[in-house]
Design a protein around this ligand. Structure first.
Ligand code: BES
Ligand code: MN
Length: 460
């Protein structure tokens, strides 16, 4: 047994050293290394661990305790985003480096640091009370950053092993080291790729220009029909199922220490442009979007090239809010694109999947069902208390703009409701160069979760 979990920075440094990029098969050694690291730490904590193969990257399932005890499931992902563009990193993305109260490295915040927080806190709690009467199931997957394609079939197969009274997740954000957020919802997602085809090959734009429609021109025309002037999505029926935020949610948002001006400066834009009826800080949480993530075709090299390209493409994702459905929105956007396409151009819209939005109403807030599990009912106020003791402020309760589609799957299939404490911040540069994790948050969160685990297990 190693004592790595006595030293969170050392543990995280080692975890980061495995380049577990799920999107790129040339990183399979790193994926394997990260998986072995997580397995070894779970074993250090006294868990028995099973590695379950999937078509892409295996899932880890760890368990400890007696199944008759209150049952907690803890989720994390051992995979990370690609480090590119590597040139823009100030230090090696897979050799963690501590500077100015932060630890830098790919995955430091998303999601290796928060996992180390849970593990170090559990380590301390179990040292104090080795017989802590909590049944804990660790669920650590390796495909989160590629949309968890293997997760749903895995879940259907293993749902009995995932039965529990609640789910604990730290894979969301907070404003800073003095104010944490308990995440009460995640946006859903739907992804698609659009391919337009014109002539059978690239053409000389002088010899043939004027005779036919250019696919790139058709592409930008189609794209421009998908939003109106105000920035709202113009796809028919897009907003049909959108639930208005509750009054208490808008009140919680007012407690955010961030102002619109600060946020605008952080983004480096001359002005924010939320859709009508929302401030920018509201829009990222309460409002759905349709975004162009990548677009291309034709000549991309230096200088000019007089060509009519044969093809053009655009990659689109929509972020969805309750009660929009991923498949329904995908269908609506697809048909809107198809009908906007001139008939001289061939259009193919390939749907790339996604997931539905998730929402949990904290016990006691208006609209909560009142029949949540006793463990969940205990956990929300308990975590609020533990965070308040370490951070000096109570967490605020907010839905989040990002997506973790499997949280909704776990709710639907295993009946688990999630308590999510956000541990990363905007300054952590998720998915970008110089990703880092704030060490003050890390240390305060370990202290918070140590007492959370101990008290959650007490006489329950
Ligand atoms: N941890 C993030 C999700 C997240 C980011 C939640 C910011 C809250 C705030 C997660 O690892 C992630 O990036 N998810 C992807 C999901 C996609 C690949 C299906 C996302 O949101 O883009
Ligand atoms: Mn994540």
């Amino acid at each position: 047994m190693s004592d790595l979990l006595d030293d969170p920075v050392k543990a995280l440094t080692e975890y980061v050293s495995f380049p577990s990029v799920s999107a790129d098969s040339s990183f399979s050694d790193g994926i394997c290394g990260a998986r072995e690291f997580a397995t070894a730490r779970m074993k250090d904590l006294g868990f028995s661990v099973e590695t379950i193969g999937t078509p892409i990257h295996p899932v880890l399932l760890g368990t400890r305790g007696n199944p008759s005890w209150p049952r907690l499931v803890i989720y994390g992902h051992y995979d990370v985003q690609p480090p590119d563009p590597i040139d823009l990193w100030s230090s090696d993305p897979f050799a963690a480096s501590v500077r100015n109260g932060r630890i830098y490295g790919r995955g430091a915040a998303d999601n290796k640091g928060p996992q180390i927080v849970h593990m170090c806190a559990l380590h301390r709690a179990l040292k104090k009370n080795p017989d802590l009467p909590l049944h804990i199931t660790y669920l650590i997957e390796g495909e989160e950053e590629i949309g968890s394609p293997s997760f749903r079939p895995f879940l259907e197969q293993r749902k009995d092993q995932l039965a529990g009274d609640m789910l604990l997740v730290s894979d969301t954000g907070s404003p800073g080291s003095d104010q944490l957020v308990v995440t009460t919802g995640l946006r859903g997602l739907t992804a698609m790729e659009v391919k337009l085809t014109g002539p059978k090959q690239d053409l000389h734009s002088g010899v043939h220009g004027g005779a036919l429609r250019n696919p790139l021109q058709a592409l930008v025309q189609i794209c421009s029909t998908l939003h109106d002037e105000s920035g709202k999505v113009s796809v028919e029926g897009f907003y049909d199922d959108v639930l208005e935020p509750q009054a208490w949610e808008r009140e919680e948002l007012n407690k955010l220490p961030t102002s619109e001006e600060e946020y605008q400066r952080f983004l480096g834009v001359p002005r924010l442009s939320p859709p009508p009826g929302f401030s920018a800080l509201e829009a990222i949480r309460f409002s759905p979007t349709l975004e162009f993530n990548g677009l291309g075709g034709g000549y991309q090299g230096e200088g000019s090239k007089t060509v009519i390209p044969a093809e053009a493409f655009v990659k689109i994702t929509c972020r969805l809010v309750p009660n929009q459905k991923s498949e329904d929105i995908a269908r609506k956007v697809k048909s809107s694109i198809e009908s906007a396409c001139p008939d001289s151009i061939k259009v193919e819209v390939e749907l790339k999947g996604g997931g539905d939005p998730y929402v949990v109403i904290p016990p006691g807030k208006p609209g909560s069902s009142g029949d949540e599990s006793p463990l969940l009912n205990k956990a929300f106020p308990l975590l609020e208390d533990c965070v308040n003791n370490q951070f000096g402020t109570k967490p605020i309760y907010l839905r989040e703009g990002g997506s973790i589609p499997i949280i909704r799957d776990l709710q639907e299939v295993a009946g688990l409701e999630a308590l999510m404490l956000g541990l990363f911040t905007n300054e952590d540069n998720l998915h970008a160069p110089d990703e880092s994790f704030n060490l003050k948050i890390m240390n305060r969160a370990i202290d918070s979760f140590e007492s959370f685990f101990l008290k959650l297990g007490e006489d329950s």
